[in-house]
Design a protein around this ligand. Structure first.
Ligand SMILES: Cc1ncc(COP(=O)(O)O)c(C=O)c1O
Length: 414
């Protein structure tokens, strides 16, 4: 046994609790430790009390908000630590986030243009397809402001899509800014792109797609999206919200960023909140043409903070941690599919870091009973899916606790 393990046990921490928290944190355990934990899990007796997840208080298994259970890259944390003593100074950049994003997506950036030298010989903003914001939620709001807030526009979104831009449009209507909202019903829990295309009218300002979709986790293929984008008139903005795209498992899935670099009316939105595990830092970006950026810039209220930039750049370069974050989610999905099948529960196969499952009875009681046992899931869309819950990925140990508690509560709840 590693000295660290012995030392912790001597301090009176239960072996099980130590191992589960070490596993949740992705610590390097010995083979003996891993076997011991596997045995604990196989007994089916793990409870929320055994868990100390990353970034939450001990005893709470938080699987409700589509967060990253293993946390951010240690390199991101190191970058924050190295830079936090400089926050008394305004930051003029240092690294090159644009280049890091371009490398990640395999996008070639234009060379800096010497004619765009600004004051002090510094280059003025380099034209890149990246529009960096304080989270992708902020970017979606900026899109609403730029394209809908003057009124007279029209937005088309799936009936059970993420609904953030649609929600803004509904708010505008309440404020007397007339904006037409068209909600297109989904097909097999996914976007019905043909119906969305049919719904376009001469008034349409934008169409919003969430891929993979939240809350259903369904995925559109690149070919379906390309066909759709090619058919949408070029004066209509197509928003493709890809907050969860990095959880797609198919290695041949084609990167939709190319649609945003090919079509001037397409914006793909991404975030550092999910696979990169840093939602509290608030960092996101859009991939889009210069004309779209010009419209959005008019509504900019400031850039993300310097610590978010340095952490984001370090995180996106840490491919090993990125891979580990994906693998935790893929394991979670496999485990749930296996157990839900055994339990005879209907679920929606997910391409994301969450999954929807139909419990066959009102989910509110079950959700409350699970919360009392320290497991937090959600049924935010209960008007549409009254017997379903959405569960977000946990670590291996957290996932086992979720399954144990779900089985226990389902047996007792009507
Ligand atoms: C589909 C989708 N888009 C965008 C966001 C916003 O994420 P953030 O503002 O943290 O980048 C979320 C958050 O959960 C989401 O689910």
């Amino acid at each position: 046994m590693q000295p660290r393990v012995i030392e912790t046990l001597n301090k009176g921490v239960s072996r099980r609790r130590f191992l589960t928290s070490a596993l949740a944190a992705g610590a390097a355990l010995t083979l003996a430790d891993k076997l011991a934990l596997a045995q604990e899990m196989a007994t089916g007796k793990l409870t929320a009390k055994d868990i100390h997840g990353v970034g939450v208080e001990p005893g709470l298994v938080r699987m409700a908000l589509n967060e990253n259970p293993i946390g951010p890259s240690p390199r991101a944390l190191q970058a924050i630590a190295e830079n936090m003593f400089n926050i008394n100074r305004y930051s003029f950049g240092g690294g090159d986030m644009n280049q890091a994003l371009a490398d990640f997506d395999g996008i070639e950036l234009p060379k800096p243009d010497p004619s765009r030298r600004g004051q002090g010989g510094r280059f003025r903003r380099r034209r890149t397809p990246f529009f960096i914001t304080a989270g992708s939620g902020a970017l979606l709001s900026q899109i609403s402001l730029a394209y809908l807030s003057k009124g007279g526009g029209e937005i088309i979104e799936a009936e059970q899509g993420y609904g953030s831009v649609m929600g803004d449009a509904e708010d505008y209507n309440e404020m007397g800014i007339e904006t037409n909202v068209i909600k297109v019903p989904m097909k097999n829990y996914g976007h019905d792109l043909d119906a969305m295309l049919q719904a376009i009218t001469p008034k349409t300002t934008m169409v919003v797609i969430t891929n993979p979709n939240n809350p259903t986790g369904t995925l559109l293929s690149y070919a379906e999206q390309e066909k759709f984008v090619a058919a949408v008139p070029s004066n209509i903005l197509v928003v493709i919200d890809e907050a969860y795209i990095q959880f797609v498992k198919d290695p041949n899935y084609k990167n939709t960023a190319t649609l945003a670099t090919k079509y001037d009316n397409v914006i793909v939105t991404r975030t550092f909140s999910k696979v990169f595990g840093m939602p509290a830092m608030r960092l996101g970006y859009g991939i889009c043409s210069e004309p779209i950026q010009e419209k959005l810039r008019f509504y900019s209220t400031g850039s993300p903070n310097m610590l978010a930039y340095v952490a984001g750049e370090a995180a996106i370069k840490d491919r090993a941690h990125y891979r580990r974050s994906q693998e935790v989610v893929w394991h979670f999905r496999d485990r749930l599919e296996e157990e839900f099948t055994k339990m005879g529960l209907e679920y929606i196969p997910s391409s994301s870091n969450f999954m929807m499952v139909n419990l066959g009875k009102p989910s509110m009681n079950i959700m409350r009973a699970m919360f009392e046992k320290g497991v937090m899931v959600t049924n935010r869309r209960r008007e549409a899916y009254p017997t379903w819950i959405r569960v977000s990925s946990g670590s291996e140990a957290e996932t086992e606790v979720f399954l144990n508690v779900l089985k226990e509560v389902m047996g007792k709840t009507i």
